[in-house]
Design a protein around this ligand. Structure first.
Ligand code: IPM
Ligand code: MG
Length: 359
């Protein structure tokens, strides 16, 4: 029996609602599969704890996480804690502390979910956005001087290193190679930004030489937004900087129908540290506690985690179950349905129980 050790950090807002839904589905999958078991460590790290103790991650917390195989994360952010505090208090120390440099964001139009794009349905939009997750515009490099004075100055410096750019390019080319279309678009802004972005382009071209079987092209980030809307079928795998991919992945999620279905993995491709998987949607205070949060992003996130753990069969079963349930119209309000989180979860768990596992 394969055993995978998972740290569950539901944290804030709708995080606990969707993570418990995801854990239910994972339990059902492990039972149905019969070949693996999950050992889940439940951690109460989040903004409530921060408000009581002044810290998000207790002492020794990162060392504890290091002993795990993966991290299943909900959402961080609270109305009464400034966003940059919660983010730098919990999520970024894990992602940056463990050097989870590759952020993967698959986007697809699920059956039963309507895209705002005219004529686009399942199959017309099937993208994998690879986001550089360790440097660039999120390097945390900068400062402020002369606070409050008329001459106040602030800098926010984007950092690009050869090591950082080369490893994300290799990862993106590997991802593109593993997908049927073997097609990669490198997003850039080297027309306006003459240093970091020009090096980014040069390294992309160097790495591309090792992947003669992958077709690649380059697109400026502004033009990329238009291409995503106007020619979604021309895109497959995409690699972009931390900030560019942050923005493009929200557009991608909207074009696929809802942020409520979009998953992400913060991955250490070298597997030195546990990778962290989370829905993209965030805390969503407006619907917290109402029982209507869409658990699909959390399921899809769980599927990414299973794939990373080598449980491909269970990952495929989970996505099949999710697609069946969506196609049957069992959807939460954000995607035009009337079902609750619990109803969608029950339907997915039932579909998993009825799924015929290939042997
Ligand atoms: C995301 C989010 C975060 C980011 C926010 C919460 C800081 O938008 O994961 O895309 O920008 O990285
Ligand atoms: Mg974002």
């Amino acid at each position: 029996m394969r055993v995978h050790k998972i740290a569950s950090i539901p944290a804030d807002g709708i995080g606990p609602e969707v993570i418990s839904a995801g854990l239910e589905a994972l339990d059902a999958l492990a039972l149905r599969d019969g070949g693996f078991r999950l050992e889940v460590m439940h951690l109460d790290w989040g903004s409530e704890r921060y408000k009581k103790t002044g810290i998000y991650i207790p002492e020794g917390g990162l060392d504890l996480l290091k002993t795990m195989d993966a991290i299943y994360f909900g959402a961080v952010g609270a109305v009464d804690v400034p966003d940059h505090i919660s983010l730098w208090g919990l999520r970024l120390p894990i992602a940056q502390g463990f050097d989870l440099y590759a952020n993967v964001r698959p986007t697809r139009i699920l059956p039963g979910v309507e895209s705002p794009l005219r004529d686009a349905g399942p199959g017309d939009l099937d993208w994998l956005i690879v986001r550089e997750n360790s440097e660039g515009e999120y390097a945390g490099h900068g400062g402020r001087a002369h606070r409050g004075l008329p001459e106040e100055v602030a800098t926010e410096v984007a950092i690009f290193t050869r090591v950082g750019v080369e490893r994300i390019m290799r990862f993106a080319f590997d991802c593109a190679r593993a997908r049927p279309r073997k097609l990669l678009t490198v997003v850039t802004k080297s027309n306006a930004q003459r240093f970091g972005m020009v090096m980014w382009d040069e390294i992309a071209a160097e790495v591309a030489k090792d992947y003669p079987d992958v077709t690649w092209d380059k697109e400026l980030v502004d033009a990329m937004t238009m291409r995503m809307v106007r020619k979604p079928r021309s895109i497959d795998t995409v690699v972009a900087t931390n900030l560019h991919a942050d923005i493009l992945s929200d557009l991608a999620a909207a074009l696929a129908g809802s942020l409520g279905v979009a998953p992400t993995g913060n991955v250490d491709p070298q597997r030195r540290f546990p990778s962290m998987f989370e829905p993209i949607h965030g805390s969503a205070f407006d619907i917290t506690g109402k029982g209507i949060a869409n658990p699909v992003a959390s399921f899809w996130t769980a599927a990414l985690m299973l794939e990373h753990l080598g449980e491909r069969r269970a990952a495929a079963a989970l996505m099949t179950a999710v697609e069946q349930v969506c196609a049957a119209g069992i959807l939460t309000p954000d995607v035009g349905g009337k079902a609750s989180t619990k109803e969608v979860t029950k339907a997915v768990v039932d579909a998993i129980r009825g799924y015929n596992f290939p042997v």
